[in-house]
Design a protein. Structure first.
Length: 104
């Protein structure tokens, strides 16, 4: 199945503690169906001090399920679903809400 959401996409959270917040996808794990979004689903991890790094409480973005994310429509800024179509012999992603091409 083709990737509807990719790294660098601006997304909005549909469900969970961060519902309604927007962020940019840093990485996607298609096998697990999860993505890490910048500034979303933050958890505090405790790190032991070592010679290389300072120890303490470190805030880290945890993976969030892809079903809880929707692409931000380039035209009106709301959530939209992603579709695929052929343009000039090339498969492109487009926003179903506005019909706008996401990546040309």
């Amino acid at each position: 199945m083709a990737a509807k959401l990719k790294s660098g996409d601006k997304v909005i959270v549909l469900a969970g503690k961060d519902k309604g917040r927007e962020g940019t996808i840093q990485s996607v794990d298609p096998k697990a169906g999860k993505a890490v979004v910048e500034g979303i689903n933050i958890a505090v991890r405790h790190q032991k001090q070592s010679q290389m790094s300072q120890g303490g409480r470190i805030a880290k973005a945890m993976p969030i399920d892809l079903s809880n994310l929707a692409l931000v429509d380039p035209k009106d800024g709301g959530p939209t679903r992603v579709g695929f179509r052929m343009e000039d012999g090339k498969k492109v992603r487009y926003a179903k809400k506005s019909g706008e091409v996401i990546d040309a």
